[in-house]
Write a protein that binds this ligand. Structure first.
Ligand code: GLU
Length: 474
């Protein structure tokens, strides 16, 4: 079954965006079709014994889109809507995403067609371990081959099961922990991975809002402070994006989930809303807000920035004309269909594309993989040394001036970077420099192309470059 919305399946949507950008490059047609093609798809099914004794057949996929760099990388989603077209589309997006943010991986994606809420923890563990075992058998997982991560419906717990299953079958592989990322910190994970995608969304939106010319072009003033934001999705990406945007001074006026949405023009407290959502699974009765069960309407609410952070193909040709936001910040993968993209672009909205904006997750996954291969946590060697050096410097300044720094200030000056500080710094650097690179590509095309096309041009140039280094293509 393919997801057919309008004229494009999800994979056709990704390919259309690719083709638009490819037409602006001068690469050989052969190299372009190799970049676009999905190299391998493994479809598998296996039996699950349910807790009540019944046997059920579980269906899953793993797609490896491009091996121009190894390992391939991308999450695994547990969702009743998973299908091959979706997994292939998401794997392609991963290749372009990694290239855009200079993460040296090819793209991949996996999916299991289940509603995780309909299974017990023990059943989920059996499903995850068996899926991992099947990937091992076909060489579709490994620290230098293909490295899964969390996605919709999965998290650190599933990643820990994957790592454990892999390690149990590969005794003696020193790098085995690097077979999957997004693990719990105690099992080889890294601080900051859970919130990384949402934090990356915040950095990307902040970069876009900082640019006075870009803001003027869409009728907004520069800066994030006071901008009215609607977020669709209170999962890991949406919640953290809303949290960081509001901490930076943006006003979260609307929050939406699949069954309900809440609005308050004066702003919603993200923490209160998140706790409420977790307890009640309903936003219609969020205190101090106006609620509705017609949650899709939230996409059309009056705001400056709309962050679709739920599923693909949410903004379509039917609702795009009614979208009022001037900035569409794609936290989810593929939330805007091609027809909607044309409508929004014609209306002059600024779309910050998924393949750039939600790359924070894979960026920090890269840091986690590096940590697993190096077998030492970031900051462990230098932290104390840096603190002692800064303490000495501060002491010398105090002696020369005859003044003492008050303790909280002194502590913040001498603070040596720990793993979380370094992860966040690496993430911020990645998101800022990638945004600048995309804008530069757009400027090279005399600002006649949108950010998505510019991002794809950048990705295609980089991937084509690595094929050319092989000497196969001109
Ligand atoms: N599932 C996330 C994504 O779509 C993260 C992938 C990863 O960390 O490998 O980007």
């Amino acid at each position: 079954m393919t997801t057919v919305t309008e004229n494009f399946s999800f994979n056709e949507q990704v390919n259309r965006n690719f083709d638009r950008a490819a037409a602006l490059t001068s690469h050989d047609a052969g190299v372009l079709s190799q970049i676009r093609a999905c190299n391998a798809v493994y479809r598998l099914s296996f039996p699950l014994r349910r807790d009540d004794g019944r046997v059920e057949v579980i269906e899953g996929w793993r797609a490896e889109h491009s091996q121009h760099k190894l390992p391939t990388k991308g999450g695994i989603r547990f969702s009743p809507h998973v299908n091959e077209d979706e997994v292939v589309a998401l794997a392609g997006l991963m290749s372009y995403k990694c290239a855009i943010v200079d993460v040296p991986f090819g793209g991949a994606k996996g999916g299991i067609r289940i509603d995780p809420r309909a299974y017990s923890v023990a059943e989920l563990e059996r499903i995850t371990r068996r899926y991992t075992y099947e990937l091992i058998r076909k060489n579709f997982i490994g620290p230098g081959v293909d490295v899964p991560a969390p996605d919709l419906g999965t998290g650190p717990r599933e990643m820990a099961w994957i790592a454990d299953t892999y390690m149990a079958t590969t005794s003696g592989d020193l790098n085995a922990l690097g077979c999957v990322t997004g693990k719990p910190v105690g099992q080889g994970g890294i601080w900051g991975r859970t919130e990384a995608t949402g934090r990356g969304v915040y950095y990307g939106v902040r970069e876009a809002c900082q640019n006075a010319d870009d803001m003027l072009a869409i009728g907004l003033t520069p800066g994030l402070a006071g901008k009215r934001v609607v977020v669709q999705g209170l999962g890991n990406v949406g919640y953290h994006a809303a949290k960081f945007l509001s901490e930076a001074g943006a006003l979260i006026v609307g929050l939406a989930e699949y069954n309900s949405a809440a609005y308050n023009a004066d702003g919603i407290d993200v923490e209160v809303a998140f706790r409420h959502w977790q307890a009640e699974r309903n936003l219609t009765n969020l205190p101090g807000t106006t609620g509705t069960t017609r949650s899709a309407e939230a996409l059309e609410w009056d705001c400056d920035i709309l962050v679709p952070a739920a599923l693909e193909q949410q903004i379509r040709k039917e609702n795009a004309p009614r979208v009022k936001a001037r900035i569409i910040a794609e936290g989810a993968n593929g939330p805007v269909t091609p027809n909607a993209d044309d409508i929004l672009t014609a209306k002059g909205a600024l779309i910050i594309p998924d393949a750039y904006l939600n790359a924070g997750g894979v960026t920090v996954s890269y840091f986690e993989w590096l940590k697993n291969l190096s077998h030492v946590s970031f900051g462990r060697m230098e932290r104390r040394y840096e603190e002692a050096a800064s303490r000495r410097l501060l002491g010398a300044v105090e002696q020369a001036t005859g003044k003492r720094f008050p303790e909280p200030e002194a502590a913040s000056i001498v603070h040596g970077a720990n793993e979380l500080d370094l992860v966040n710094s690496g993430l911020e650097e990645t998101m800022c420099s990638a945004y600048a690179a995309i804008r530069e590509i757009r400027a090279r095309h005399k600002d006649l192309i949108d950010l998505r096309t510019a991002a794809f041009v950048g990705a295609i140039d980089k991937i084509a470059g690595s094929y050319k280094d092989l000497g196969i293509w001109p």
